[in-house]
Design a protein around this ligand. Structure first.
Ligand code: URA
Length: 437
């Protein structure tokens, strides 16, 4: 077998068998197959797709490329949650503590932001002292003691995905259904949780822009998880505007804390409580999904979710003072308001999430290259959301950065994200569809 034959086979619409997929994944991960051949194969896959069997095999081979974490010594049904990536998505920081507060252990390995989407690990690192690198023993004992740990993904979990995803990110081959499904599920199946909840984003700021492809992706991932013996469900959620009002690392942590205090934006509150409800049901602590949602809401209203977040921050070395004193996050050196001129007056019809994500990245909140550092206080606070009326002179958004040049670039980009209509626009439903639960 050689790589050139595989590329030609896939280029001509052929189907790769298990031996061939293994040859590619193991060869590329091991450094035997060069980037240029791997890129060519990925592009052939991008154009011709992976069929069901190829996707299942790809998932299995990538899962087995590293350690498959064993959490069985931790009592209870451990539930993981994964978002396919969005803008302003801080639900892990809210749904995780709510779920744990209801007795379901949450063992969460999260990623960093790359491109226009944010990552939970970067957000948590905006809290002074917070450790996202936790060794396995400590990870286990933390979950046993307080019921939740949110850490970075170790290099030993699905290393093949890590390497292939980095290549896809720079070769225009990310938004391919079979590649996304196998990438997400290989990590999830290797991470050791017993049940999985997927938040599949849909819209302009997501890899899946329409509901049909989001549903196809969601169903495929659920099927892969269930076939592996891990109950898997999915919620398809809106990404036609950023989630909540805050985009950027410390801004999003503050919004998560506010939400756990009962003062969060409506969309982020509704989605986080719903996701937590599904996780509580999957974790066997609720009789139904609705019962789970009721329990999650009670944990929010009673403040038990907030206490759980505080406990987690403290256990992972972070400064718990941030819960009551947001000034401990520090402040960006520069800020500017985006003020509506005549062209932005009317009703907000859409806020292009991808554009806001790119603007936030330009402000310094995200990376252009993997090795870039992140400005923890950079980002965007949206004062208006879809459906709101805007009058000339209103402040639509406030932008933060440590650099005047970046602030200017971010401001120009962010102003192009707003689509205005003369008629009042309906507020989009944040939860579009639920699958498998
Ligand atoms: N998230 C992942 O983990 N992988 C993808 O391919 C896309 C989103």
């Amino acid at each position: 077998m050689n790589m050139n034959e595989l590329i030609i086979k896939k280029r001509d619409g052929g189907r790769l068998n298990e031996k061939e997929i293994r040859y590619f994944v193991e060869g590329y991960t091991g450094g035997v197959i060069p980037d240029y051949q791997a890129s060519a194969l990925l592009m052939a896959v991008y154009f011709n797709g992976l069929d069901h069997d190829e996707t299942v095999i790809m998932t299995k081979v990538m899962r087995d490329s590293g350690d498959v974490v064993n959490l069985s010594e931790i009592p209870g049904i451990k539930v993981d949650k994964h978002s396919t990536g969005g803008v302003g998505d801080k639900t892990t920081l809210i749904a995780g503590p709510l779920t744990a507060a209801c007795g379901v252990p949450v063992a969460k390995m999260s990623g960093r932001g790359l491109g226009f989407t944010g990552g939970t690990v970067d957000k948590l690192e905006s809290i002074r002292g917070f450790r996202t690198a936790v060794d396995e023993d400590d990870f286990h004992s933390q979950i046993k003691e307080i019921g939740i740990a949110v850490t970075g993904q170790t290099a030993h979990v699905a290393p093949a995905d890590k390497k292939i995803y980095a290549l896809r990110d720079v070769t225009g081959t990310v938004d391919c259904l079979g590649l996304i499904a196998s990438s997400v599920m290989s990590k999830k199946l290797a991470s050791g949780s017993d049940a999985i909840l997927l938040d599949v984003k849909c819209g302009d700021g997501a890899f899946m822009e329409d509901i049909e492809s989001a549903e196809e992706l969601a169903k495929l991932m659920c099927e892969i998880g269930n076939a592996d013996g891990k109950p898997t469900a999915a919620v398809i959620t809106d990404m036609n505007q950023p989630l909540g009002n805050a985009v950027g690392n410390s801004l999003e942590v503050i919004e998560a804390v506010e939400t756990l205090k009962g003062r969060g934006p409506e969309d982020i509150t509704e989605l986080s409580v719903f996701l937590a409800g599904c996780m509580i049901f999957l974790g066997g602590k609720a009789r139904s999904r609705e019962d789970g949602v009721r329990m999650a809401r009670e944990a929010l209203n009673s403040g038990r979710g907030l206490s759980k977040l505080e406990e987690m921050i403290g256990r992972q070395g972070g400064d718990t003072g941030v819960i009551s004193d947001y000034s401990l996050f520090g402040e960006a050196l520069c800020r500017a308001d985006l003020v509506a001129d005549a062209s932005l007056a009317g009703y907000i019809y859409q806020i292009k999430a991808r554009t806001i994500g790119i603007a936030s990245q330009q402000l310094g909140a995200g990376r252009t290259r993997k090795e870039d550092s992140v400005d923890m206080n950079a980002g965007i606070y949206l004062h208006k959301k879809v459906g709101d009326e805007v009058r000339e002179g209103d402040v639509i958004a406030t932008l933060y950065s440590d650099d005047e040049e970046k602030l200017k670039a971010g401001l120009e980009k962010a102003s192009s994200a707003f689509v205005i209509s003369t008629e009042p626009a309906a507020r989009p439903e944040v939860i579009k569809k639920v699958i498998g639960i």
